[in-house]
Design a protein around this ligand. Structure first.
Ligand SMILES: [Zn+2]
Length: 335
């Protein structure tokens, strides 16, 4: 495993106040030149106007955020609300939003390194923002989402990122893999040697490990172009990819059959009902009016499994052991 310290060429900018320390205090006055992240908090025409609280905080939508705000015009012409904030101050708000304050310190630290690596991989100076606050990138809840434990994890790992072959790694994480992680190549079309599918015995006790959901056929038929098959007769699962996740569902109606990719089915039904693509069973219920699906895990399943990391940490694993399990072959770098 190669370990190399390297410097990233990051956003240059005016000297800004140092972000708060783990105690939550605001050390306004001491200046550094930090790495900054531009977080898109909202887009469209309907978002509330932020209120500047002091030189280093603002209020918006019932929350308080570190850093400064501004409005931008997005590539599609809509307005965007941007929060420009030093990297680790951003990560304070990510840690508390992604995992609970009560989780073991090693799980918090592993999440902090993964979140930092993810954020740095998203910096795109040529674009008008770097990351979206929410499911699309990382959850981020401002100061109200922060915890002492999360800030400690960010501070204790400051500058540390995951690398592969001496280069910053691409990382992903999700709530629960369902017992086997997914391969990035199967999910997003781009494989990485450390984002492979592997059994995960650690998350079996996760609250979302096994689930069942019911999807009314009418709620998805139009979006998935299923009206052409007529009255639904049966539904089933196509063969699985290498991680055990079925690639598609087959819907058979009185006028024919059609395949629906599992990700498209989940997207149409909603992630709250179909919690993952790791489907184990699909059957017709309610006299053919609904599809009942059973599955395991929550989320895409690639990379770090947060509930698995929680269990590993509770059993005494160190942060580097957790990261080595979910990103095999990676090492650490310092930015
Ligand atoms: Zn897992």
């Amino acid at each position: 495993m190669k370990r190399r310290t390297f410097a990233l060429s990051l956003l240059a900018g005016a000297a800004l106040p140092r972000p708060a320390r783990a105690t939550g205090g605001l050390d306004v006055g001491e200046t550094v030149t930090p790495r900054t992240v531009r977080v898109l908090l909202a887009s469209g025409d309907g978002f509330a106007e932020p209120q500047r609280l002091d030189s280093w905080r603002f209020g918006w939508n019932g929350r308080t955020y570190r850093g400064v705000f501004g409005t931008i015009v997005l590539e599609d012409g809509r307005r965007g609300l941007l929060n420009t904030v030093p990297l680790d101050a951003y990560l304070y708000g990510v840690l508390g939003a992604e995992i609970s304050a009560g989780w073991p310190a090693a799980a918090q630290a592993a999440q902090a390194v993964a979140a930092r690596t993810f954020a740095l991989s998203k910096l795109r100076p040529q674009k008008s923002f770097d990351v979206v606050a929410g499911d699309a990138d990382q959850h981020y809840g401002g100061i109200e989402a922060e915890s002492v434990e999360g800030r400690d994890a960010v501070d204790s790992t400051s500058g540390r990122i995951l690398t592969y072959d001496g280069v910053q790694a691409h990382v992903a994480f999700g709530a629960c893999c369902g017992g086997r992680t997914a391969d990035a190549g199967d999910v997003w079309g781009t494989p990485y040697p450390y984002l492979i599918s592997k059994p995960d015995p650690n998350c079996a006790e996760a609250p979302d490990f096994a689930w069942r959901g019911e999807v009314p056929f009418d709620s998805i038929a139009s979006r998935l172009d299923l009206e052409k098959i007529g009255q639904l007769r049966s539904v089933g699962l196509r063969p699985a990819d290498g991680s055990g996740r079925p690639r598609a569902l087959i819907f058979t109606g009185e006028s024919g059959s059609t395949d629906v990719p599992t990700r498209a089915f989940r997207s149409a039904a909603g992630g709250a009902v179909v919690r993952s693509t790791f489907l184990r069973e699909a059957t017709l219920v309610a006299h053919g009016e609904s599809v009942s699906v059973a599955g395991t895990g929550r989320g895409h399943g690639v990379g770090l499994c947060q509930w698995g990391a929680h269990a590993m940490a509770a059993n005494g694993a160190r942060p580097d052991e957790i990261l080595a399990f979910y990103f095999p072959g990676t090492g650490f770098g310092q930015v």
